[in-house]
Design a binder for this molecule. Structure first.
Ligand code: AMP
Length: 326
């Protein structure tokens, strides 16, 4: 089945002279790594084709993976195959001009809520979109080329989306594909330093988070990061959003969530869990995501309280019905 989807995608790529790669808004390491990694693979494998990565936004923490392409003219889009990676719904595609492409292909590992594009390869259980791109390369390794640059981008996505190979979604295949990338000479020291070294002010902020976080009756850990807090600690919005992960190892807090106030007054929700499935909660707030990592946007303290109450009830029910959780 996968082979069928992958073959169809390869045939599409072969049929077009121009391919443009897209990803989701506010890209994470996986979205950036997958688009840049596939771009490099296609450029190496098809030097006669024009391959671009064109998106409307970027994330500073993965800037070390390299620059983005300049914006393209409408004519280029009109004759291009667009490949959208790591993006469940069209509303989340970073670059709205994707719609100008002659045809769209979807490659994703999120729950399929909107099957868009003429050709789709979606596998919800995959640990990252980058893992899918490595599988794609490996399947057609007699026709495709890869190098250390591509491997570094893809490895960065695999590492970040799997919580450094820690999440449930990590399989034997994940490790085998990661091994393939390491064999290409990924400099893990440099990569991990770029991804995980922290600034002094970020550590100060982390200490503040531990002081400020709260816990509901049943153990949901929560945090609200106001604009004032972001200003006080000199944080970018991305740095403020990263605070959700500070709460990921509190015993008994199987669900944790951060609310981050954005410049426009809306509040980004980042919801995380272990053992417990939480994405149905964010789906009630026009959001979504994976079983144990999902997101949404809310617009008031009232909505925040309602979301916390829902998470608390879910955790209560989970604890009542299960044993052996931590
Ligand atoms: P985040 O907390 O933003 O990293 O999101 C975790 C997961 O949920 C990611 O896989 C996102 O793609 C997904 N997600 C976040 N926000 C939304 C949203 N508003 N709608 C649908 N999926 C979302």
């Amino acid at each position: 089945m996968n082979l069928e989807h992958m073959t169809a995608i390869l045939e599409k790529i072969q049929a077009y002279e121009t391919v443009i790669l897209f990803r989701h808004l506010r890209p994470d390491g996986d979205a950036v790594g997958a688009t840049k990694g596939l771009c490099e693979i296609l450029r190496l494998s098809y030097p006669e084709k024009k391959i671009y990565v064109n998106n409307a936004d970027f994330s500073d923490f993965v800037a070390f993976l390299g620059e983005e392409d300049e914006p393209l003219s409408d004519e280029i889009y009109a004759n291009a195959l667009g490949i959208v990676i790591d993006t469940a719904t069209t509303a989340r595609i970073s670059n709205p001009r994707y719609a100008l492409c002659r045809e769209i292909v979807k490659i994703d590992h999120h729950i399929e809520t909107e099957p868009y594009g003429t050709c789709r390869w979606v596998e919800e259980h995959k640990s990252s979109a980058c893992e899918m791109i490595v599988e794609f390369y490996y399947t057609f390794r007699d026709r495709l080329k890869i190098n250390r640059e591509a491997a570094t981008c893809l490895y960065a996505g695999m590492v970040t989306d799997s919580g450094r190979f820690r999440f449930r979604s990590v399989s034997g295949d994940t490790m085998r594909y990661a091994g393939l990338l390491l064999d290409l000479g990924v400099d893990v020291d440099r990569l991990y330093a770029n991804l995980y070294m922290k600034d002094f002010h970020t550590l100060k902020f982390q200490a503040y988070v531990y002081k400020k976080m709260k816990r509901t009756a049943n153990g949901v850990a929560c945090l609200y990061v106001s604009r004032a807090m972001q200003k006080k600690f000199g944080l970018t919005f991305e740095e403020a959003c990263a605070s959700v992960s500070y709460m990921d190892s509190i015993k008994g807090s199987l669900i944790w969530l951060a609310f981050i106030e954005a410049k426009d007054g809306s509040i980004r929700v980042r919801l995380r869990s272990r053992f417990v499935t939480v994405n149905p909660i964010t789906e009630h707030y026009h959001g979504g995501g994976h079983d144990c990592a999902s997101g949404a946007t809310v617009h008031s303290k009232r909505e925040m309280r309602a979301l916390i109450a829902e998470a608390d009830e879910r955790l209560r029910a989970y604890k009542a019905e299960h044993e052996g959780w931590l």
